[in-house]
Design a protein around this ligand. Structure first.
Ligand SMILES: C[S@@+](CC[C@H](N)C(=O)[O-])C[C@H]1O[C@@H](n2cnc3c(N)ncnc32)[C@H](O)[C@@H]1O
Length: 212
């Protein structure tokens, strides 16, 4: 059975589409697959890894929501934390609440605060222990051109300022980027790139762990 288009939405320069197949969902952005519910192991791992690195009672900012797998993993692994989820598309929040939530996060999650916002707008000095980013397919704009400013030196400095001492940014990526790692180091971060192996090495995903 092929994917069925359920809904479309426009948010600034982003054309978003929700597809469904056998009770599983997929989001495309600007014609490219952004998140596929048949393959969410590394998105789960991002949430679980963030919880492992979190101090007690952490303040966490997660951008974006997508199909909610990372948010669900984080909410389960970090019940004592406060987790603000920034999602810049109101349609994506509606898709999650109406179509996706029942299968991805059926239990209540009082620690999760989903907000309609660009994650960059929620950055503020020394506000978070962890900032978890999965807004594109890595540190290159895919959904909206605006996102490139977050991966540039100024954006990285702003992320750095928004963390408490010892705080971390975790960024999901489908590829390794030496240039991004170098910019993050220039912004003052300790940089580690963790590999999430998925069968063959060319299918691997990555989690950048940037430490203030
Ligand atoms: C790759 S998906 C996230 C997948 C998610 N980790 C999951 O488990 O399903 C990226 C999401 O980030 C959102 N997004 C893109 N840019 C954003 C931004 N600047 N601020 C907040 N959300 C953003 C997109 O609309 C999309 O829902």
């Amino acid at each position: 059975m092929s994917w069925t288009l359920i809904d479309t939405a426009t948010e600034g320069d982003a054309e978003l589409e929700l597809y469904g197949k056998d009770g599983i969902f997929m989001i495309r952005a600007n014609g490219l697959e952004l998140m596929n519910g048949f393959c969410h192991d590394s998105e789960d791992a991002l949430g679980e890894r963030a919880a492992e690195l979190a101090p007690p009672q952490p303040r966490i900012l997660l951008g974006g929501l997508g199909l909610g797998y990372t948010a669900a993993a984080l909410a389960r692994a970090c019940p004592g934390g406060s987790i603000v989820v920034a999602e810049f598309s109101k349609a994506v929040i509606g898709w999650f609440e109406r179509q996706v939530r029942a299968s991805v996060l059926p239990e209540s999650s009082a620690n999760l605060d989903i907000r309609h916002a660009d994650v960059a707008r929620l950055l503020a000095p020394e506000s978070y222990d962890l900032i978890v980013l999965d807004i594109d397919n890595g540190p290159e704009a895919l959904v909206t051109a605006r996102n490139d400013s977050l991966y540039a030196l100024e954006g990285l400095r702003s992320l750095h300022r928004s963390l408490c001492a010892g705080g971390k940014v975790l960024l999901w990526s489908g590829f390794e980027s030496a240039a991004f790692g170098a910019r993050a180091a220039e912004a003052g971060f300790g940089v580690r790139c963790e590999t999430f192996l998925r069968g063959r090495v060319e299918l691997s995903h990555y989690i950048y762990v940037l430490t203030r």
